[in-house]
Design a protein around this ligand. Structure first.
Ligand code: ARG
Length: 561
């Protein structure tokens, strides 16, 4: 808003608005101004001294209503903003309501986001939290910027584990128990299989034979395969609902069974596919990578083969401008290989594929191991967080009517936020006490601030925009809140550009902190008549912005806490 008004008055060849934004500084001595623009980098293009340039550019700002003053000092332009004029922008924010922060930047463009991508019959454990919520947040962030987004759950629904499951089911399973126990029950017999197969390797032969029957389309085998899939999807569907996650496609690995041959043919034609002890590989020595194995000696295809087919399918089906894969950094090599092979194949737009990697989540009380069945199920983590939130809420606000709903929003929000707070690549050690802290860098803290704003509005009534005197929020604390609200759209854009939901998380924590500072030092309801409307307006747009930010992250904003 006010930034754009400043930027459009700086015309230097070779410098786009986006370059200029990154050049803007906040002067150390705020007495000098609110924003400074160093003119040194313009010297070459304009063939003048920075001092001269600053002096010349200054002329362009005579009519800028957001400015109190502009000064050219030692090659810098120092801008002092007119706080009242800037604060008046809140009216536009209010008018935009839920649309605030939305843009048309992505109009006509499609982004595919491959995220969560769970494995059938395997536990949905805390390790899947990050891909699920980072993917979900990116989905909503790109959507907000006007992109068409296709959320894809590339299910891990193919492989020998299905043969193992069938053997396990025949030996130790029971239909009723599994119908009732869901994935947990399935996982139990799967773990048992691994324990038994260690003692009796002939089980693996049986498993291979069963998997072969699935591949050959044998009805008994296929029925079981679909049943395992259904049970898993039913269970993960419940978790997706709780996390407010949706997908546009569940086309997973098995979907590509009949779509790999054409891709292998292209590789063959281009002379990229070479035989290696009966297997087929693409050599990548020239790129300092191990070969990409695509067909095993027994003819079986692999994870990478399916991903190649998926890339072609997505290109043809969705015509994406970007295809993002939200997958842990353990698969860095897989994606480097995949993208390189696509490049060698002249796959159009291989540069549009991006691996959005992230670190690991472990629990404070020791990590987990899925082999021995010592997994931490995501469902249990969510349940526990909600239980703990319920306790806290009932202490803080014993009369709250919708305690159950609030506990849900707070508990689940806290878990979701914990995976969206840091730069993706950082490993996270999860602690219930930390994520549920109402006074930290957490979702409950933001939710609490939002509820505080709502409560102020209940007490003070709706602000009358026509009566607002912006001087009442132009003091230092108020002005900080105003600036933070006005910078929210930039945060969304930056977050999309960097594929980092934490830019939004950090922005709204910062806004909440600034609002609370304002709240402590300024009366809002109980103030002079002439101040009230401005301060209530500030509370209202703060609530609106916090809610919008939370909603991008997939987190509720209860009005009472
Ligand atoms: N199912 C895989 C796993 O759990 C993740 C799949 C990611 N997506 C992809 N297209 N490879 O490791």
């Amino acid at each position: 808003m006010f930034e754009n008004e400043i930027l459009k008055r700086i015309k230097v060849e070779g410098f786009e608005a986006s370059d200029l934004v990154s050049m803007l500084e906040v002067p150390k001595d705020t007495e000098k101004g609110d924003i400074a623009l160093p003119c040194f980098r313009f010297a070459k293009a304009l063939r003048k001294s920075p001092v001269q340039i600053a002096n010349d550019l200054k002329e362009n700002f005579d009519d800028c209503r957001f400015l109190e003053s502009v000064e050219a000092v030692g090659g810098y332009l120092n801008f002092k903003l007119n706080r009242v004029a800037v604060a008046k922008e809140l009216e536009t924010v209010l008018q935009q309501g839920e649309n605030y922060g939305a843009s048309k930047e992505g109009a006509g463009k499609t982004v595919c986001i491959d995220f969560s991508s769970v494995n059938i019959a395997k536990p949905f454990h805390i390790g899947h939290l990050s891909t699920t919520v980072i993917g979900g947040a990116l989905y909503r962030i790109f959507e907000k910027l006007g992109y068409k987004v296709v959320g894809i759950n590339h299910l891990g629904d193919w492989g020998t584990q299905f043969g193992k499951l069938i053997v396990a089911f025949h030996k130790w399973g029971n239909r009723e128990e599994i119908e009732k126990g869901g994935v947990v029950a399935l996982n139990k017999i799967y773990v048992k299989y691994h324990q038994e197969a260690e003692k009796d390797p002939s089980l693996d032969d049986e498993a291979r034979a069963w998997f072969k029957r699935i591949e050959d389309g044998d009805k008994t085998a296929l029925d079981l395969f679909y049943w395992f899939k259904e049970i898993t999807l039913l269970e993960v569907g419940k978790i997706y609902d709780r996390l407010k996650i949706k997908f546009d496609s569940y086309d997973g690995e098995s979907f590509y069974n009949d779509k790999m041959q054409p891709v292998l043919d292209i590789l063959e034609q281009k002379g990229l596919l070479v035989e290696d002890n009966g297997a087929k590989i693409v050599k990548l020595d020239d790129y300092d990578m191990p070969p990409c194995l695509l067909v095993k000696a027994d003819g079986a295809t692999l994870y990478a083969t399916r991903d190649l087919a998926a890339a072609y399918y997505r290109r043809a089906t969705y015509d994406f401008t970007k295809c993002l894969y939200v997958v842990a950094y353990q698969q860095n090599l897989h994606f480097r290989q995949l993208f390189k092979v696509l490049e060698l194949m002249d796959f159009s737009g291989y540069e549009d594929m991006e691996h959005i990697n992230f670190g690991m989540v472990s629990l404070e009380d020791g990590s987990m191991s899925s082999r021995e069945g010592r997994v931490v199920w995501l469902k249990d983590v969510l349940d526990q967080a909600v239980d703990k939130a319920r306790l806290i809420i009932s202490e803080k606000n014993p009369n709250a009517e919708d305690c159950e709903q609030i506990a849900n929003s707070v508990g689940i929000g806290a878990v979701v936020f914990s995976a969206l707070w840091n730069n993706r690549i950082k490993d996270i050690v999860f602690s219930f006490d930390k994520v549920l802290n109402f006074d930290g860098e957490t979702a409950p803290y933001i939710q609490y601030t939002h509820a505080r704003c709502c409560s102020l509005l209940r007490k003070g009534g709706e602000p009358d925009v026509l009566k607002v005197d912006y001087n009442a929020i132009a003091n230092n604390e108020g002005y900080e809140v105003v600036k933070s609200i006005l910078a929210f759209p930039n945060a969304i854009e930056q977050s999309a550009q960097m594929r980092e939901p934490c830019v939004v998380s950090r922005h709204i924590v910062d806004l909440a902190e600034k609002f609370n500072r304002f709240y402590i030092s300024n009366r809002i309801v109980d103030c002079e008549e002439c101040e009230r409307d401005a301060r209530l307006l500030l509370a209202k747009v703060t609530a609106q912005t916090l809610k919008a930010g939370l909603s991008l992250l997939g987190i509720d904003a209860p009005v009472i806490m």
